[in-house]
Design a protein around this ligand. Structure first.
Ligand code: TYM
Length: 331
C-alpha cells in the first residue's frame, strides 16, 4: 500500500493556506487511499526564536485541529514529531550525507535567515539543517508520497537527492519519495499582499485567514482583500494576482477550477461576497469539531500517545538499518 507522510509546523495558528494546500486533502483523500502518517513537527518550530510555552500550546492546538479537520485515528496515524526519537536519530545520519552548499541554496533558508538578520537576531544552526530533519521525517517511514503545498517542493526534491545518495553509497535503504500537490490552491496568497504566500508566522495582519477566525473576522478579511483596478472578473495570476487568489480560494472551497469562474462574476464585490461565505462555510464544521475536542483533552492526548507508538514501530527498523548501513556497530 502507498505510504504517505506529511507534517505541519506549530509556529503559529493554522491558516486557510495550510488547510486548502494540505490538511483538507489529507483528510478527504490521503487517509482513505493510503497508509498515512500526519505529524505535528514541533522540533522544526525550534529553528527560529520561540517561546517554549507557546510552542507547547500550538503543538496541542495543531494536533486538535488536524483531528477537527477530519483526520481519523482509525484510518491514519497522527502524532507529534518529538515523541518519536527516530526523527532526530536519522537526521544526524543524513547530515553526514548532505552538504552545506546544498543547505545554503534552499530558498526558505535564504528568506528566513535574511529576515532573522534584518531583525538584528542571529540565525540558529538548526534553521540551516531544517531540510535534513524534514528529509528524516519522510525517509524514516519508507514514504512514497508527500502531500504538501507548493512551497515545500524544493525540500522534497532535496529529500529525494539524499535518499538516492544514501542508497548509492551505503546500499538500498530508503524509498525515494515524491511530492504531490492539490490541483487548486497549492499556494494561497496573502489577501493584503497577493505576491506573497499566506504564511502562519508572517504577521497577525488582515491578509491571513486563520482556521479559528470567528465567521465575522474571516468574512471581513476576505471582503477587504486587495484587488487591482480592473473591472472584469477574469483569472490571470500573472497580471491580476489578487483577483486570481480570490478565484482560486472560491474554486477550492467549491471543488471547482478558477478558470471556470472567469466571466461568471459581474463585479469584484459579488465575487468577494461569495468567497467570504464559502470560506465561512468551509471553516464552520472544523471550528465546531475543534470546540468539542477542546472539551476532551484526554481524547487528543490518547490519540497522540497511540500515534507515537505506532509511528515508532514503523520508523525504528529502517532507521536501525540505516545505522548499520552507514558503518555504525550494532549496539
Ligand atoms: P508548514 O507548517 O509551513 O505548512 C504545512 C502545510 O501547509 C502548506 N501550506 C500552504 N499551502 C498552500 N498555500 C499556502 N499559503 C500554504 N502555507 C502552507 C505547506 O506547503 C505544507 O504542506 N516544512 C514543512 C513541515 C514539514 C514537513 C515534513 C512536511 C516538516 N517535515 C515532512 C512534509 C513532510 C512546513 O514548514 O510546513
Amino acid at each position: 500500500m502507498t505510504r504517505v507522510f506529511s507534517g505541519i509546523k506549530p509556529t503559529g495558528h493554522l491558516t486557510l493556506g495550510n488547510y486548502l494546500g494540505a490538511v483538507r486533502r489529507w483528510a478527504e483523500v490521503d487517509q482513505h487511499r493510503t497508509d498515512a502518517l500526519f505529524c505535528v513537527v514541533d522540533l522544526h518550530a525550534l529553528t527560529v526564536d520561540h517561546d517554549p510555552a507557546r510552542v507547547r500550546r500550538l503543538t496541542r492546538q495543531a494536533a486538535t485541529l488536524l483531528l477537527a479537520s477530519g483526520l481519523d485515528p482509525e484510518l491514519c496515524t497522527v502524532f507529534v514529531q518529538s515523541h518519536v526519537d527516530e526523527h532526530a536519530r536519522l537526521s544526524y545520519l543524513l547530515e553526514c550525507v548532505a552538504t552545506d552548499g546544498e543547505m545554503r541554496r534552499m530558498i526558505q533558508y535564504k528568506e528566513k535567515s535574511a529576515r532573522e538578520r534584518e531583525r538584528g537576531g542571529s540565525v540558529r544552526l538548526s534553521l540551516l539543517t531544517y531540510p535534513v530533519l524534514m528529509a528524516a521525517d519522510i525517509l524514516a517511514y519508507g514514504t512514497d508520497e508527500v502531500p504538501v503545498g507548493d512551497d515545500q517542493t524544493q525540500h522534497v526534491e532535496l529529500t529525494r537527492d539524499l535518499a538516492v545518495r544514501f542508497n548509492q553509497r551505503y546500499g538500498r535503504t530508503f524509498v525515494v519519495p515524491r511530492a504531490t500537490h492539490p490541483k487548486v490552491a497549492a499556494r494561497v496568497m496573502n489577501l493584503q499582499d497577493p505576491t506573497s504566500k499566506m504564511g502562519k508566522t508572517d504577521d497577525v495582519g488582515p491578509g491571513i485567514v486563520y482556521l479559528l477566525d470567528e465567521p465575522d473576522v474571516a468574512r471581513k478579511k476576505v471582503m477587504r482583500a486587495v484587488t487591482d483596478s480592473g473591472r472584469d472578473v477574469v483569472y490571470d495570476p500573472e497580471k491580476r494576482p489578487g483577483l486570481a487568489n480570490l478565484l482560486e480560494i472560491l474554486a477550492a472551497c467549491e471543488g471547482g477550477n478558477p478558470e471556470d469562474l472567469s466571466g461568471v462574476y459581474e463585479s469584484y464585490g459579488a465575487l468577494k461576497k461569495d468567497t467570504a461565505e464559502a470560506v465561512v462555510e468551509l471553516l464552520r464544521p472544523v471550528q465546531e469539531r475543534h470546540k468539542e475536542l477542546c472539551a476532551d483533552p484526554a481524547y487528543v492526548e490518547g490519540v497522540l500517545r497511540l500515534g507515537a507508538e505506532k509511528a515508532r514501530a514503523m520508523a525504528r527498523p529502517r532507521v536501525d538499518e540505516a545505522y548499520r548501513a552507514i558503518g555504525l556497530l550494532a549496539g
